[in-house]
Design a protein around this ligand. Structure first.
Ligand code: GLC
Length: 428
């Protein structure tokens, strides 16, 4: 008989016992990221996670795309010990800072050594700080050169192997095309983190360094570094680009290339899918992609980039947060992201996945470039050092008449003040 007593048992079961027995609760997990290229893939992943974990709701906050601005938003929350934040995106350069500040939860008990071995080495190392691991790499980035295959063919020019060759080839094509809307090169030269990636590729490619990591002194005032910066200012920006690039982050520089208004373009692997999609690009099918050029006699250098998922030390639900991180960085989700956006997976086995090889063949071809890509130095004071370098690069690129060596010496002096902190506090 279904009497009122039975009814109240049912209610008790439904509201208290069932959730307790099944682990289903009405729990919110807060995730801060930036807007991905294929939002529908992310929406689907979140829906799938919620379906597999009844009672858990993922609340997403979308931050700015720029790494520098996203850092400001995220660190503000972490400084405030905001418990309304569980999982976050982390640029590959932040784990040391977040670990040393006590903001990121060490994940060793979840992200075990055996599991770490299934990932590309460099991004995993970038997530390690003082023997612990603070993030799980979601996708990897490395700087690449994109070019207009059709234009190079038209002028019977081979893809450039060195930067000076690139400048000469661009000049030949620009004078042949006589198109006032066409530039030779587009890259990321605005004052933000992307500028460090671009400039480090020239500086390291010319045999220089940002700073000496053993002696903890800036290397920006060294001749190789100064020469590389001069090359970018006088030849890349001065001869084959326009000053507009000084305001470009990835999206603007990519848009220029995709509109058919730039011959060469530096970007990360995701630009391949965008530029070959006729819905977003006027140059679909006319694009070439290759490792970045070198300087004569040297070796081309690609900056290592990429994004990780981390868990806040102030999260009140670390186990649940981990469940979400494990799901989003799983083989299945990384595969979906790779197939729909061309973002490069961090799980090694996906480079042998038949579906990925068939639909995104460029990824396997890039594996070696990812393995060779050079990380930005790991240190908890990366961001203040980056800020000094950003200001220096940005001001000298914008002002062709400045005394480069003098500015480089000033930037090096400022960097050394920050690097002194590391020398004085080796436990930082
Ligand atoms: C990409 C890279 C990241 C880098 C940023 C700079 O997002 O993955 O590591 O810092 O670009 O703009």
């Amino acid at each position: 008989m279904f009497n009122s007593k039975t009814f109240s048992y049912c209610i008790t079961f439904l509201f208290f016992l069932y959730p307790a027995l099944t682990g289903a609760q009405n729990t919110e997990l807060r995730f801060v990221g930036w807007k991905p290229e294929a939002p529908q893939v992310w929406d689907q992943a979140v829906t799938d996670f919620e379906r597999q974990n009844p009672g858990i709701k993922i609340v997403r906050e979308i931050g700015p795309h720029s790494s520098t601005q996203f850092h400001d938003l995220l660190t503000q929350k972490l400084k405030n010990r905001d418990t309304q934040l569980d999982v976050f995106f982390m640029d590959v350069i932040w784990p040391a800072e977040f670990a040393s500040a006590g903001w990121a939860l060490p994940l060793d008990r979840y992200f075990t050594a055996t599991e770490q071995e299934k990932f590309l080495k460099a991004p995993v190392s970038a997530n390690r700080y003082r023997g612990q691991i603070f993030g799980v790499p979601l996708f990897v980035d490395a700087g690449l050169l994109y070019y207009r295959k059709d234009l190079l063919e038209k002028y019977s020019l081979p893809p450039p192997r060195t930067w000076p060759e690139l400048v000469e080839a661009a000049k030949t094509m620009l004078s042949g095309e006589r198109d006032p809307n066409l530039v030779g090169f587009s890259g990321q030269f605005k004052q933000y983190e992307g500028l460090i990636c671009d400039m480090m590729e020239y500086i390291l490619g010319n045999g220089g360094a940002l700073w000496d990591e053993k002696r903890l002194v800036s290397a920006l005032d060294q001749p190789r570094a100064v020469e590389a910066v001069r090359f970018v200012r006088d030849r890349i920006i001065g001869e084959i680009s326009h000053r507009g690039v000084l305001t470009y982050e990835e999206p603007e520089s990519l848009a220029l290339f995709a509109q058919g208004r730039a011959i060469f373009h530096r970007n990360w692997p995701y630009a391949w899918a965008v530029t070959n999609d006729p819905k977003n690009s006027r140059i679909a099918g006319k694009v070439g992609m290759m490792p970045l050029p070198s300087f004569p006699g040297g070796r081309g250098v690609a900056a290592l980039g990429g994004w990780q998922l981390g868990v806040s030390r102030f999260s009140t639900k670390p186990d649940l947060a981990w469940r979400f991180v494990a799901f989003m960085t799983s083989k299945e989700i990384q595969k979906r992201i790779a197939l729909s956006t061309g973002r490069a997976p961090t799980r090694l086995s996906l480079y042998d996945d038949p579906e990925i090889s068939a639909k995104v063949p460029q990824l396997k071809a890039l594996l070696e470039t990812f393995k060779q890509a050079v990380p930005r130095p790991t240190t908890p004071v990366y961001v203040p050092l980056s800020n000094i370098m950003q200001r220096y690069f940005s001001s000298v690129l914008a002002l062709p008449d400045t005394d480069l060596s003098k500015r480089a010496a000033l930037a090096a002096r400022d960097m050394n003040r920050v690097l002194d902190l590391l020398r004085e506090a080796p436990t930082l």
